[in-house]
Design a protein around this ligand. Structure first.
Ligand SMILES: [Zn+2]
Length: 178
């Protein structure tokens, strides 16, 4: 279910109001975690972060997503794959990595279902983060999108696909059952 920026803002504000009320009542900045009830300390600092990361040298990756393609980089010397792509090879300091379109076939190595989310992720439904071994021989870590979360298990065949991330609406990559 997609939510607008206003709705997300509203959820965050509601949560902050709830925390403030509890703090007044309890005399301590401690709130119960929604699902487990475990105590959480609420830091008094309120931060808003938006990271800006230079991506000039891996722009092809983002252009690829828009075309429905997923690229990794590969070191021509050592043959090591980098995903998400890196511009330089940390193993041999080579700056001329090759672009390789990922076949997208893989197998789940391990996964976890996230149902206790950080504040900046509360507007998403519960999600699964998985590590998959791709047929090229490298591992990737990303969200696994599925209608049947109970059927996810290690060894399950998956494919890597481009989908829009909602509610933000930008192209990203996901694993899904093959
Ligand atoms: Zn290298």
């Amino acid at each position: 279910m997609a939510q607008s920026r206003e709705q997300i803002e509203q959820m965050v504000n509601q949560w902050l109001k709830y925390v403030e009320e509890l703090m007044k009542n309890e005399g301590l900045p401690i709130v119960p975690e929604e699902k487990t009830g475990d105590p959480l300390w609420v830091d008094v600092r309120e931060m808003r972060l938006k990271y800006l990361i230079p991506v000039k040298r891996i722009k092809k990756f983002f252009d690829g997503l828009r075309e429905g393609k997923i690229y990794a980089t590969r070191c021509p010397v050592k043959g090591i794959y980098y995903f998400p792509p890196q511009a330089d090879c940390p193993a041999c300091m080579d700056e001329n990595l090759e672009w390789v379109e990922v076949k997208g076939e893989g197998e789940i190595l391990t996964f976890t279902k996230i149902n206790v989310k950080p504040l900046s992720f509360i507007h998403y439904p519960d999600y699964i983060v998985a590590i998959a071994r791709m047929s090229e021989g490298f591992n990737i870590l990303c969200w696994l999108s599925t209608d049947k979360p109970d059927e996810v298990k290690p060894g399950m065949k998956v494919r890597l696909v481009v989908k829009r991330r909602e509610p933000e609406g930008f192209f990203s990559y996901y694993l899904e059952p093959a």
